[in-house]
Design a protein around this ligand. Structure first.
Ligand code: SF4
Length: 284
């Protein structure tokens, strides 16, 4: 039986993107190919917040006890190896049992599954078929992968998605790739983060859209440049702008400006409902 290292598994409202407001199970896998230490920092500077937290690691027994951060990746503990012991390796059976416990009717009704991270399209792609084939997952009709858009779909997983009618245009099932491509504000390099050919392949399988996290005019200019590259490569999906800010003070500062910038370009605005509703606490 396949196992997946799980950082968080919880039930909440999807706060971002296409499924904003939809009751959702969030499966947060461990591991990421990026660090995104530039978020919330002046250009060229790196956040040190998680270093301070890691120095105190002995104080934290549970993932939910970890402090929230106002700069860098807000889900740092889902990939930084210093926090790996807070994320258990679970069998598909154990994951499904936990999902059945947390959804309201103990079976899938109208809930949607969000597979997030970290980066959920790393090696775990090999484990998803075993999870999705579990008999108690049969009622699931909508899945979103929240990805940074750098990982190709493994050919065996692609074949599985096609054979099991998860691909675009199949009735009743809907597969979405919510692609948060990382702009320079994240601290990642353009050539590592903006990979249109990878994202165009997602579009052959499911519905894909791009979601750029922005705070400044420079970020929006970077988003325009990225969109041009994606469109040139043939990407057809929607574009969203989303305000930076895992903590309310930062989020509130730029949400309206980001909405106006999206409107001006005919792009969509994505909120982060988990920030005003739940203060972005772990498990939301
Ligand atoms: S890609 Fe996402 S999960 Fe990975 S470090 Fe960046 S913000 Fe965090």
């Amino acid at each position: 039986m396949s196992k997946i290292k799980i950082s968080e598994l919880f039930y909440s409202i999807q706060g971002e993107g296409r499924y904003m407001g939809v009751p959702s199970v969030f499966l947060r896998t461990f591991g990421c190919n990026f660090t995104c230490d530039g978020f919330g920092m002046p250009r060229g500077e790196q956040s040190k917040e998680r270093d301070f937290i890691a120095a105190d690691i002995k104080k934290f027994f549970k993932y939910e006890d970890l402090p929230l951060v106002s700069s860098g990746c807000d889900s740092y503990a889902s990939w930084d190896p210093r926090f790996k012991d807070l994320s258990p390796m679970l069998t598909s059976e154990a994951i499904v049992d936990r999902i059945m416990e947390i959804i309201p009717h103990n079976e899938w009704k109208d809930e949607h599954l969000v597979i997030t991270g970290g980066e959920p399209l790393l090696g775990w792609q090999r484990a998803y078929p075993d999870l999705l084939d579990h008999p108690k997952m049969a009622g699931l009709k909508e899945i979103t992968f929240e990805t940074n858009g750098t990982q190709k779909i493994d050919p065996a997983f692609k074949e599985y998605l096609i054979d099991n009618h998860w691909t675009y245009g199949c009735e009743q099932k809907e597969l979405t790739f919510s692609v948060s491509a990382k702009l320079p504000a994240s601290g990642e390099k353009w050539e590592d983060a903006i990979l249109p050919e990878v994202v165009c392949e997602y579009e052959q399988i499911g519905t894909a859209y791009l979601k750029f996290v922005v705070a400044t005019e420079d970020d929006i200019t970077d988003a325009e440049r990225a969109v041009e590259e994606f469109r040139t490569a043939g990407f057809r999906g929607h574009i969203y702008l989303m305000p930076v800010g895992g903590v309310e003070s930062v989020y509130t500062l730029n949400a309206k400006n980001v909405a106006l910038a999206a409107m001006k370009r005919g792009w969509r605005y994505s909120d982060r409902l988990q920030v005003p509703l739940f203060k972005n606490e772990w498990g939301t």
